[in-house]
Each structure stands twice: as structure tokens, then as C-alpha cells.
Ligand binder design. Structure first.
Ligand code: SF4
Length: 501
């Protein structure tokens, strides 16, 4: 999609400029020393834009000091302020930030005031040469949109278009837009729809891509890569954030692997260069052979791997796989043979080849031979497990628990990464169950999407457990919360009339 250029400090987004990779600090913004140190680490890793939580005036002052400190040390990576629930804070931080992100779902609770408040914010942005991001999230749509259109791709687009229309009417062009969801299919559909709607309206705002609350580890990477790469491959997206419940440096290291794929020519060139190098990571690209009796197919692997409680949530009805050229990643360019790097490269390569067809249903996953990717560093069993994870990330079939966890930010009041690890360990046997682990009670419950169970930080070492959107246990000491979560899920499973989740 052709977009215009937005200027964010020394970064140009859209207008044909290279796609940029960004991240967000998970430090307390008031902890200036820790925030500066983390900004320096992610800048060294290659972050081109860094976002910081900015809740209120004290965080605005801290934001300014972080920016000054970095600048004095010769670090000029643009900084964005992430603002929720406070239009006043957005206006104040617009004086010091390179970019302000607002969420139409909570910028103004009263839609009738949104136009006036956004107008005032735009005045400040104009005055201080600050960019804006209209950042819509699937889990926090404005009430009037939810009532009329539900939490659908259409509703998400309408929420974005309402704010973009105000920007256009005020002739403010320094705006980037994003529409995120933790559901990869919803995220892809919503962004395609947004492109259509913007084209109809003659708008060319650059698009920021991301899959929210995608989690950690391989599952989190696969979800982010599937959604983002599918759209980048179509020419949609000018900047992106891989959102992981891990140190933000990891988001940058992983996100940078997407960039070579943006140029088909480049990808082919690397494939040739890598041809003689070992080990090779490749997503098998030929049209998959029809499954023959006795051969392992994705469907039979899923059946073998899953109890009867697992439902295939696929909408993949088409029967023809899409042939595509092979994309190999030059592993010789990697300084070490670190297995994690190789797996990350396989994720990117496999998503480039397979995610679009799996997400759209133009590839019938049930007919795929298993494994349908190749990598010389992995065993057949490991690759089959990888393929099942890819099928889950693209929402074809669910053979493991599905985890939704936020990346954490300045609002997080507990060790999110460690908690996610503990929850995963305790619930690994709960196949097909969707569990959310969210860092704060302010945004967490809304952003849990369609999770069946939620573990949400209240602050002060206390946790609230949710069943769906309903809080069922409040004020649980953090050290007991994982066990309570497990008991809650298991008691639900054993309740008469309750199938496994
Ligand atoms: S849910 Fe809360 S803690 Fe997690 S990223 Fe969002 S605002 Fe930060």
C-alpha cells in the first residue's frame, strides 16, 4: 500500500522508507536509571523506535529526563509515549515525546468529547512536531463501537477510521495507525480491511503492525511472525513491533530477521548464497504431495497428538496448497550455530512460506505431509512438533494450551516472564485450554481477548483470577496464584456437564 511519510524524530515511517523495527520498554518509567539502561540495550540491538509507558504527569517528567539522558549520551533513537485513559497526559507528553500513542478505546470515554480532545492533542503535536499513533486494540474497542459492530475486524476498522477522519479533517498528516489482535486471523483480516477503507477514503497513513499478547518462546514468535509477515508480504505495513513476554531486546533480534524477506530479490539471492552452507533452514515450498495411506499427515499428527477435547477451529476449506518459491536463510551469516537462532530463522522462513495460506485457508492443512518444513539441525519429531505449533499459531488446529500474555510494560508490578514460565509449566497438560497472563489490572482484563482463564496482576503482590471476563478470585498472594489457577481450571474440567476446556 502506498503511504505518505511520517516523521518521528530522526525516523521516517512510510512513504517508501524502509520498514522499521520497534519495541517497548518493560521498565517502570519512573525508574529513570533502569529505563535509560534498557533503552540503550534495545538501541544497541537495533531498535529504531522505543516506546515507554506514560500514565500520568510524573511519568511525563521521567520521560523527559530519560530522553535528555539518552541524548546527552549520543543516543538519538526516537521515543514514543504510550498513553491510556488520560487525554491530559497525552497532551502534556506531546511536548517532549517524538510520538504519542493513544488508544481510541480509552482516549475519551465520552465519544462526544473525542473530537475536541483529539483536536487539542493535534494542536500540541503540530506545535512540537510530534507524531501520533492511533493504536486500536481488539480487546479495548470503544463502547459505542462494540455495541454497534462487536469486536470484529469491521468494528476495529471503524474505531480507527473515526480518529483518522478527525486527523484528516484537521489536516494533520503525521499519524501512523495500528490495529492489533492476539488472534492472528483477526489481525490479518482487520489490517486488510483497514487498507481498503483508507483507500476508499483517499487516506495514505502508514501502518504499524503487531500481534498483541502473543506470549513468549516459540508460540509467541510464531504468532507474531505469522501475522506480521503475511501482511508485509502483501505490501501492507511500514513499521512493526514483535510483542513478546521477554526482554525487549529479544523482540528486536527476532524482528530484524523479517527484514531480508521484504525483498524477494534479496531472499532469492540469499537462498543461492546459502545453498552450500550447512546447516540450512528452509521452509519446504513445493506443492505438498497428497497424503498417501500410511504417510503422516498434519491431520493425523493432530489426531495422534490431541485428545478428543481438542477442536479443530479451522476455516480452511480450500483444498489446493499454494506453490511458492523456496526461501532459505543464510545461516552462515550467523556468527554461532546457536540452536535458538536457527529455530528463529526457521520460524521466519516457515511463516513466509506457509502462514498466508494457512491463515487464509487456501492451504488445506489436513493434507499436508508431516513435517512440512525442513531443517538439517532438527529431528523429524522436532519438526513435526514445530509444524503443529505453526498450525496452532495460524489457528488451524489447537494441540497444546494456548497462552495469551502481554509483553509487560511500566504498569507491570510482578515478574511477568517468570510467572509465564511457571503457568506454562503447571498447565502444559491442559491441551486446548486458552490461558491469559496479564501484567496489570488496568488494561489486562480487556486485552485478554477470548481467553478461558486469566491470571491478572493487581499490584502489591496480589493476583486476580478470571474465568472468561469474570473475576472469580481476587487478592490472591502471587506465590499461591499459579496453584489456584490450576485448581480452578481442573475443577471446571471435572464439573458435571463440563467437557474439557
Ligand atoms: S496489560 Fe498492562 S502490564 Fe501488560 S502490556 Fe498492557 S498495560 Fe502493560
Amino acid at each position: 500500500m502506498k503511504t505518505h511519510t511520517v516523521t518521528v524524530g530522526n525516523l521516517k515511517i512510510g512513504g517508501g522508507h524502509p520498514v522499521s523495527v520497534q519495541t517497548m520498554c518493560n521498565t517502570d518509567t519512573l525508574d529513570i536509571e533502569a529505563s535509560v539502561a534498557q533503552c540503550k540495550r534495545v538501541a544497541a540491538a537495533g531498535a529504531q523506535l522505543i516506546r515507554l509507558t506514560t500514565q500520568a504527569p510524573p511519568q511525563v517528567r521521567a520521560f523527559a529526563r530519560i530522553k535528555d539522558t539518552l541524548s546527552q549520551q549520543g543516543i538519538h533513537v526516537p521515543l514514543a509515549a504510550d498513553v491510556h485513559f488520560s487525554a491530559d497526559t497525552a497532551m502534556e507528553v506531546a511536548r517532549v515525546a517524538d510520538k504519542v500513542r493513544i488508544n481510541p478505546g480509552n482516549f475519551s470515554r465520552d465519544p462526544s468529547q473525542a473530537t475536541a480532545l483529539l483536536g487539542t492533542l493535534i494542536e500540541a503535536c503540530n506545535q512540537y512536531h510530534t507524531a501520533l499513533r492511533i493504536g486500536v486494540n481488539h480487546g479495548s474497542l470503544p463502547a459505542h463501537i462494540l455495541e454497534q459492530y462487536g469486536d470484529t475486524p469491521d468494528g476495529m476498522c471503524r474505531a480507527a477510521m473515526e480518529y483518522l477522519t478527525i486527523c484528516r479533517d484537521l489536516r494533520f498528516t503525521n499519524v501512523v495507525v495500528s490495529i492489533k489482535s492476539s488472534n492472528t486471523r483477526v489481525m490479518v483480516q482487520a489490517n486488510r480491511l483497514l487498507v481498503e477503507r483508507m483507500k476508499e477514503a483517499g487516506m495514505t497513513y502508514p501502518i504499524h503492525l503487531g500481534v498483541t499478547e502473543s506470549g513468549s518462546g516459540r508460540q509467541g514468535r510464531l504468532k507474531s511472525a505469522a501475522g506480521i509477515i503475511t501482511l508485509l508480504k502483501e505490501g501492507i505495513g511500514d513499521t512493526f513491533r514483535v510483542s513478546l513476554t521477554e526482554p525487549p531486546e529479544q523482540e528486536i533480534h527476532f524482528g530484524k530477521l523479517f527484514l531480508p524477506l521484504l525483498s524477494r530479490q534479496h531472499a532469492v539471492a540469499v537462498a543461492v548464497a546459502a545453498a552450500d552452507s550447512a546447516p540450512t533452514v528452509a521452509a519446504k515450498a513445493s506443492t505438498p504431495a497428497p497424503t498417501t495411506p500410511g504417510a503422516t499427515s498434519a491431520a493425523s499428527a493432530a489426531t495422534a497428538a490431541t485428545p478428543s477435547s481438542i477442536t479443530a477451529a479451522t476455516s480452511a476449506e480450500a483444498t489446493e496448497a499454494t506453490p511458492a518459491a523456496s526461501v532459505c536463510i543464510d545461516t552462515s551469516a550467523t556468527p554461532s550455530s546457536d540452536e535458538e537462532v536457527l529455530w528463529n530463522q526457521l520460524i521466519v522462513s516457515a511463516c513466509y512460506e506457509w502462514a498466508p495460506g494457512l491463515l487464509d485457508g487456501t492451504i488445506d492443512w489436513k493434507t499436508l505431509p508431516m513435517p512440512f518444513v525442513e531443517a538439517s539441525f532438527a529431528t523429524k519429531e522436532e519438526l513435526i512438533d514445530f509444524c503443529m505449533d505453526l498450525l496452532q499459531a495460524t489457528r488451524c488446529v489447537f494441540t497444546k494450551p494456548e497462552y495469551i500474555s502481554c509483553p509487560g510494560c511500566g504498569r507491570t508490578k510482578f515478574d511477568l516472564e517468570e510467572t509465564v514460565r511457571a503457568v506454562k509449566e503447571a498447565t502444559a497438560h491442559l491441551k486446548g485450554c486458552t490461558i491469559a497472563i496479564m501484567g496489570c489490572i488496568v488494561n489486562g482484563p480487556g486485552e485478554m481477548a477470548d481467553a478461558q482463564y486469566g491470571y491478572v496482576g493487581e499490584g502489591n503482590g496480589k493476583i486476580t483470577l478470571y474465568k472468561g471476563k469474570t473475576p472469580v478470585m481476587r487478592g490472591i498472594p502471587q506465590e499461591e496464584a499459579v496453584q489456584h489457577l490450576l485448581e480452578l481450571i481442573e475443577s471446571e474440567q471435572q464439573s458435571p456437564g463440563n467437557g474439557a476446556p
